[in-house]
Structures are given as C-alpha cells and as structure tokens.
Design a protein around this ligand. Structure first.
Ligand code: BG6
Length: 489
C-alpha cells in the first residue's frame, strides 16, 4: 500500500481490493473486466490487487473466472489481453442477494481485511441501491480506507438523486465517493481540456465576442438494445443529456481551472451548470424513432421494439444558454438520439465573422472559422481556415474554407487507445477524483433537466416521430435554422 497523504479527514492510498457489485452484468462483461484485464496486461494494476465479484448468480470462483474469460474473448482484442491466466487468478466471487442483509457477512469474509484499502464499484439496479449501501455498512465494509464508486443511473430526478446521495453520504464522505460519467474517461474528452488550456490561441477567442454558437451532437445508430425496462423509464434527456452532454458542455464552457485537480476542475464545471438558463418550450424538440433503415438494413420502430405504445423520447434537441459574462447569448445547440444515421459524438465551435472583410470589394465571400472536435468514432480536430484560391484573380478574389486537420490516431501513432473505464478504474484504485462527478454537479444537472421535463408536461409535449436512419424530427432542424444555424453533418 502506498500512503501518500494522511491527516485530517483525508487519507490517500492505493486500494489492494476491488469489489465489483453487478459482476455478472452487461457493464462488467463489456467494459469493467476487459478494462481491468488490459490494465493488468500493461502492469498498471497494483501487484497485490485482488478483485472480488459479486452478484445474484450462484457461481463459485471458477465459474466466475470462466464467465470473465468468455467476456474477455468477446470484448477485448487479443493483443491487449496479456496473460489472461494471471488476470483471472486475481478474481474471486461471492453470490449475494442484496435484499438479504445477512448475505453481506459472507461477502465481507470473502473480501478479507480492508485496512490496506478497498474500492467498491456499484453497478446495480436502482432498486438495490439502498439495501446494498446498508448491507455494506452493516458488514463493516465502510470506513476511511474505502472508496465508493457509483455507476448511473443515480436517480431519475433531483429528488431521487438526493435520496441516493444522502444514503451514500451517511457512510462515506464526498472525497471517498466516485460518481462515474464514462464520457470523462474518454481520451478525446480529456483532450478538450488540453486543447483549451495547453494552447495560447483559443482561450482569448473563447467567448461571446468571438463565438457565434456551439453545437454538441451525440448520435447513435443503436436502438433499445434490449434495455426495455430501463430505457423506457429514462428517455434520451435523462439517459444522455443529464450526464454525458452536460459534462461535455461544462468542459467547453468552464473558466480555466487553476490546476488539473479534482477540486479546481469540478468547481469550474459546477459554476457553468448553475448558470444554465431555464429552457423555454420552443427551445426543445423531442422525437421517437419509427421504422426505417440504418446502414441499408430495415429496423423496427421504437414502439414495436418495446412491444407497447410509449411517449418516451429517443431523440432530444435543445437550445441552451449559459447566463454568465463569457457566454451571454451564445446558444449551445445540443442533440442526441438513437437510430440516427451514424454514430458520431462531436463538438462544433462556430466562430463569428471577421469584423470587416477587406476582400468584400473584390467580390470575395468569407465563411467564419469553425473548430470541430470529433470525440467518436473519429478522433479528429478540424479547424476551418479561410484561404485564397490560387490564381491571378482577374475576375476578383476567391476565398475558400480549408481544413486544418489533425487525426489524433495519426498524431499519436503507436499509442494504443484505451477503454474509458481503464482510466476511471485506475483513478478509483489510486484515489484521483478529477474525472468523477461531484454531488453538486449531479444535482445542478438534475435541476436543469427536471425543469425541462416539467415544461414538457406543462405544455403537453409528446415526441414527434422520425424515421430510423434520419437526423430526428424536422422540428429539430428548424430549431437551429430559425436562428440561421445549420447542424453540422
Ligand atoms: C450510456 C447510455 O450512458 O451511454 C446509453 O445509457 C448510451 O444509452 C451510451 O448508448 C453511449 O455511450 P458511448 O460511450 O457508446 O457513446
């Protein structure tokens, strides 16, 4: 165990036990076990780290290792696995019914001594959340050397999120609570901070005087993916905007933090979230996909996939404003949806026109600069610049927008791209909260999102249909176009 700082309430340590609740679930199979295995292969896990899985399934250690092996074969490329046997040897398993308090005693025995540091990763159904916390406390699995990591969904509105936060806070102080937003683990999302704060030339222009508007798009081609119960109760606003999109927005809009540490970064993000203006009824559009085609393949409509009629939105577009000095009257257009034509997450910063074009008298038209930050699947940064079209200009000067393009995988060839959870799990084990969401952020996010939902109810808004494979209802296009803005596609 590495003890970095001890004193007052805060203890820094590297945990040597990791306890995974929901260890047989989808997230564990697709993300957590592959991430841990990849970290192990690269020698990045502490040598003494033991990983204990728990879930309702009645497995023993060996059966859990088999489940993990299958997940690794399916979800982790062979060249990232290293010695799978070494990784599997770290794993053990304890079945648990979280509603049975007495089961936690057996779990605590399996976990063993926690005085060297325990990290708990909680990814369970919302209904099991509180019994699990109580069981953890009762079994003596809470304490100053325990970190509690929480995966979404953390509530469905401000009230339920407060309830959960209170339950966790009864056992753990905030500096031991790690709330996941996996977008913060994405390399390109962190790169946004490098782009803004490790370069001199963007920051002086990064304000209402020079930026016309910002667009944030998180488009997915997938539909329900079998998450019938969960998604229909959530909808796009709660599933994507409340967390990932607002985190992206706050990273784009925040003031420069004084350092890259948990308090400084999160202080700046929460200030942005608190400045979000209430959204008016004409500033949101909701949609729900109907039958259509994605990549040439016919797909069902949402109701059909769900097996019943529903008013849940699978698409949302919002015109947001941040009421502070820097962003006064700069619209942030947000849109996200399922069954859109392509999978793309990107941020577009649209700059203003030059104040005076010296070329106008020569017939040249200029286009304002834009910066496009591709987050996935392509990790590209493209700055559009005006350039003169080569020629003798007898008929007047012609200007054209040309891209200054950086493809990150080329710029960093040979450096492998990591799964977002690799970074987050390592930070959890080592105790760095910078890329985790603080309670006040989550609550500010819910506050804003709840007001949007209340306004939908008040105005009787229901989602408009859009064919799968299109960019949402036409009203979403109109939302931007009536301001003279075109969505970047
Ligand atoms: C999750 C949502 O948080 O993020 C899913 O619940 C969504 O509905 C997913 O598909 C998107 O994550 P990514 O990393 O694939 O963009």
């Amino acid at each position: 165990m590495q003890l970095i700082r001890q004193g007052g309430a805060r203890v820094s340590f590297t945990a040597n036990r990791l306890l995974l609740f929901g260890a047989t679930g989808d997230l564990a199979k697709r993300m957590l076990l592959p991430s841990l295995c990849a970290l192990c292969a690269d020698g990045l896990l502490p040598d003494s780290l033991e990983i204990i899985g728990t879930a309702r399934s009645d497995l023993d250690d060996q059966a859990f290792r088999n489940l993990a092996r299958e997940a690794l074969e399916k979800f982790l490329p062979a060249d990232r696995r290293g010695s799978v046997a070494t990784f599997l040897n770290r794993l053990s398993y304890q079945p648990l019914d979280a509603t049975q308090e007495d089961h936690f005693g057996e779990l605590a025995k399996k976990v063993g001594p926690i005085d060297q540091g325990l990290a708990i990763f909680l990814s369970t159904a919302p209904s099991l959340f509180e019994p699990t916390i109580h069981g953890i406390i009762k079994a003596g699995l809470a304490g100053p050397k325990v970190r509690m990591c929480l995966e979404k969904p953390l509530g469905t509105d401000l009230e339920s999120s407060r309830h959960i936060n209170d339950a966790v806070a009864a056992a753990f102080p905030e500096d031991q609570i790690f709330r996941i937003d996996h977008y913060l683990g994405k390399e390109t999302v962190q790169n946004l901070l490098a782009l803004r704060f490790a370069n001199i030339f963007f920051e002086p222009l990064w304000n209402a005087a020079h930026i016309d508007h910002v667009q944030i798009t998180v488009a997915e081609t997938v539909g329900l993916e079998g998450r019938v119960g969960f998604y229909d109760d959530a909808g796009a606003l709660r599933d994507m905007v409340q967390n990932h999109m607002l985190q992206l927005l706050s990273l784009v809009a925040m003031e420069p933090p004084s350092s890259f540490d948990a308090t400084a970064v999160r202080d700046e993000k929460v200030k942005v979230l608190r400045c979000l203006r209430l959204v008016g009824p004409n500033e949101t559009v909701t949609g729900q996909y109907r039958a259509g085609a994605i990549g040439g393949e016919a797909v069902k409509g949402y109701d059909d996939e769900l097996g019943k009629e529903s008013n849940t939105e699978t698409f949302v577009a919002i015109k947001a404003h941040i009421d502070n000095w820097r962003w006064k009257n700069v619209p942030f257009y947000l849109r996200t949806g399922k069954r859109l034509p392509e999978r793309v997450t990107e941020i577009v910063v649209q700059f203003r026109h030059v104040p005076h074009s010296i070329f106008a008298g020569k017939g040249a038209r200029s286009t304002p600069n834009s910066l496009v930050i591709g987050i996935q699947p392509d990790e590209d940064i493209t700055l559009s610049l005006m350039a003169k079209v080569p020629g003798l200009d007898r008929g007047g000067i012609r200007l054209r927008s040309v891209p200054l393009d950086i493809a990150m995988p080329n710029a960093f060839a040979g450096v492998h791209r990591r799964i977002a959870y690799e970074r987050l799990l390592l930070d959890l084990i080592e105790g760095d909260q910078t890329l985790f969401v603080r309670r006040d952020e989550v609550e500010a996010q819910w506050d804003w999102v709840d007001a949007i939902r209340a306004s939908w109810t008040e105005h009787g808004m229901t989602p408009k249909g859009y064919p799968a494979g299109t960019w949402g209802p036409s009203a979403a296009i109109a939302l931007a176009e009536r301001d003279g803005v075109t969505w970047h596609e």
